[in-house]
Write a protein that binds this ligand. Structure first.
Ligand SMILES: Nc1nc2c(ncn2[C@@H]2O[C@H](COP(=O)(O)OP(=O)(O)OP(=O)(O)O)[C@@H](O)[C@H]2O)c(=O)[nH]1
Length: 360
């Protein structure tokens, strides 16, 4: 390991499955560190083409965006480049990397540790947010690919949030707790609602001089696990990957073949041409196929005056009034596995057409 210099910028990796509560944690952490006089910066990775989570982060926080693909299968070097630009242009005290919910944390750990050989950055901790009800249900039922990915995200964490505990009874929570501790006896585990955690726990991770989730350790573990997940992995063509950092725009279209555990995850981004009826939209969302497990968007409705940030995670829907930063189109991103993008698109076009005919 390289010797520590006092000027190294702390990097935290926020991991956790889609919709587990990472952005909810991020906004709280940013508020905390900003109030404490520190300067946080953010690297956001989204599978969709627009950064909706970024809308929730204060505009003065320097942010780099890796859009349109998953960080862990991006062009190798994109993340390093984003770190370099933030460190050079913004001189933050700490950087939070929010990965997509389908990211394999090992790859990101590897890339950040690689970057730390060249840049004054140091990965201090992996913080994993667990959707406790979802993990429990998967452990009792399918134990498929998502379950295995959650397991990997949990295994490499230093700090674990068992989130959405408001949706679980005590016994169920104990069951999840036992599962998580079996996979990771090293991390401290905290029960949270809306990712509410004592931020001193995160500060302490920065102060600790303990060995961090070293890519070496984790990879050894990962290699052992490769055997287990092998039959679920497929060669995978990379998506076009956009990296926007302030005024810098890098578009990469990499077509590299690579082993992946989430090759079937796909996103459909719908740009609305007109406002739709709010009830009709809610009904559409409630009828989304099971394969669509995450959606979010910024929407105007024909029957409301405000705009809304829309969230759908693990079958729960949420609409919050929002005044977007900058010019943001009405847009929604649907994420899932093997669903028909065409079917989703057709339904949304129908909603738009219906709204249109009401106006006429
Ligand atoms: N009931 C309940 N809902 C929660 C809790 N924490 C977060 N949510 C909701 O879950 C949804 C997803 O939360 P986010 O913080 O956006 O999740 P995320 O991990 O950033 O999602 P991705 O970026 O898509 O991976 C939002 O609607 C949150 O309000 C919780 O403890 N309980």
């Amino acid at each position: 390991m390289s010797p520590k210099s006092p000027k190294r910028v702390t990097v935290y990796l926020l991991s956790g499955f889609l919709g587990s509560g990472k952005t909810t944690l991020l906004t709280k952490a940013i508020d905390h560190f900003t109030e404490a006089g520190r300067k946080p910066a953010v690297i956001m990775n989204e599978i969709g083409e627009v950064n909706l989570d970024g809308q929730l982060v204060a505009s003065e926080v320097p942010m780099s965006e890796l859009l349109g693909g998953c960080i862990c299968c991006s062009n190798r070097g994109d993340l390093g480049l984003a770190l370099k630009e933030l460190v050079t242009d913004e001189q933050p005290d700490l950087i939070f990397i929010e990965s997509t919910g389908i990211a394999n944390p090992m790859e990101i750990i590897d890339e950040v540790t690689d970057a730390s050989l060249l840049l004054p950055v140091e990965l201090k901790a992996v913080i994993t947010v667990v959707d406790a009800p979802q993990l429990l249900e998967l452990s009792r039922t399918s134990r498929g690919k998502t379950y295995r990915l959650m397991q990997e995200q949990i295994r490499c964490a230093n700090l674990l949030l068992l989130n959405k505990t408001d949706l679980l009874q005590t016994e169920a929570l104990q069951e999840v707790d036992a599962l998580v501790r079996e996979w990771n006896a090293f991390a401290s585990v905290h029960y949270t609602v809306f990712s509410q955690i004592d931020m001193r726990l995160i500060e302490r991770l920065e102060e600790e001089d303990t060995p961090q989730p070293s890519a070496g350790d984790v990879h050894e573990d990962a290699h052992q696990k490769q055997d287990h997940v092998h039959d679920h992995e497929h060669h995978h063509e990379h998506d076009d990957h956009k990296h926007n950092n302030h005024n810098h725009n890098h578009n990469h279209a990499s077509q590299v073949e690579h082993h992946h555990s989430h090759s079937h995850v796909m996103a459909y981004t719908h740009f609305f041409e007109r406002a739709v009826d709010s009830q009709a939209f809610e009904e559409f969302v409630s009828k989304l196929p099971q394969e669509v497990y995450r959606a979010k968007g910024i929407l105007s409705f024909s029957d409301t005056s405000s705009r809304f940030l829309f969230q759908y995670a693990y079958r729960e829907m949420d609409f919050v009034k929002i005044t977007p930063k900058g010019v943001v189109p009405d847009v929604a991103v649907f994420i899932g596995e093997n669903f028909s993008k065409d079917a989703v698109r057709t339904e949304l076009l129908k909603l738009e057409a219906a709204a249109d005919s009401v106006i006429k």
